[in-house]
Design a protein around this ligand. Sequence first.
Ligand SMILES: Cc1ncc(COP(=O)(O)O)c(C=O)c1O
Length: 394
Amino acid sequence: MTARSGRHFLQIPGPTNVPDRVLRAMDAATIDHRGPEFFALAREVIAGMKRIFRTTGPVAVYGASGTGAWEAALVNTLSPGDRVLAFETGHFATLWKQLAERLGVAVELMPGDWRHGVDPAAVEARLTADKAHAFKAVMVVHNETSTGVTSRVPEVRAAIDRAKHPALLLVDTISSLASIDYRHDAWGVDVTVAGSQKGLMLPPGLSFNAISAKALAANKTAKLPRSYWDWEPLIAANETGGFPYTPATNLIYGLKAAIAMLEEQGLEAVFQRHDRHAEATRRAVRAWGLEVLAQDPREFSSSLTAVVMPAGHDADALRRIILERFDMSLGAGLTKLKGKVFRIGHLGDFNDLMLMGTLAGVEMGLGIAGVPHQRGGAQAAMDYLAGNAKTGAG
Ligand SMILES: Cc1ncc(COP(=O)(O)O)c(C=O)c1O
């Protein structure tokens, strides 16, 4: 492959652009993971992750992709044959449901149209009808990366409470943590699942469970087989900064730098920046005369925007042209959205001019690919960004 000049634009909704500061932090000698230096580092990083999850409870750190943390959330809290309630919000909610079924969990999936998030009223109605409290857990994907729809977790929590149902609340924040406001403790979540490669600005390879006291209690009686994922030895070892197995040392160096960057900016400013870039992107999409896949403004995602292609036009052909001509990767439509949408990732280490490069690339690509659209999307985004200077570079 011939070398290309300038930076590749990695505008898929994760993995995201890894900042130089994180890359440099990882470019260091691997140290003894049973020595005092690593123990201090691990304790510091776990304390930092608690602040990012906004929890005072334990946080398990796995050397795994997000799928591993999905599995960990289930095997640590459930027993074979347990019933759980899940919601068909898109590709990733469907994959998590399938994973649960393979583990021997009985999943009831509430159907969805892949354009809306979890309906809190439906949660309340279904759980109120479950008088025998057969459901042991409710599985919610906070930000559905395949559709750009963010479910309203506090309202789901309130719905569970109104139904007076004891089910655990398990939430996937793989494409929302450190991009979109999220509060593990305040929102009464029992297990939060997260990954390193999106808002945390790291390469793939680390994933996390934040764990409530209620989830820890459920762990004592949960009977699904588990070994690598078992919270108990991991949390016990973490007390001192140790791990029951070899941790991903250099990714943990990177995580320390990423947490520092997020905290120097301030989480609130980070969320505002994502909100602002998402709003600018939606203005561009509307100016092009195209449609955002998410239908309810209360559920618009701040980490990515899925754009619906006009009928008869293939999103993958557009993405191919943009990659070849402008060296930019955009997210593909997944499973039932294949070819029908493309996804613009605007999360992680990102600023106004990176967004403008992204939107300019999309606008030029639409023209070259012959996709019917109006000009002026990039201009609409610029007008919005220039008029809303706050947190631009933050
Ligand atoms: C919301 C969501 N959940 C789960 C996953 C699966 O994570 P991984 O691919 O890191 O295993 C992804 C991956 O993109 C995701 O976006």
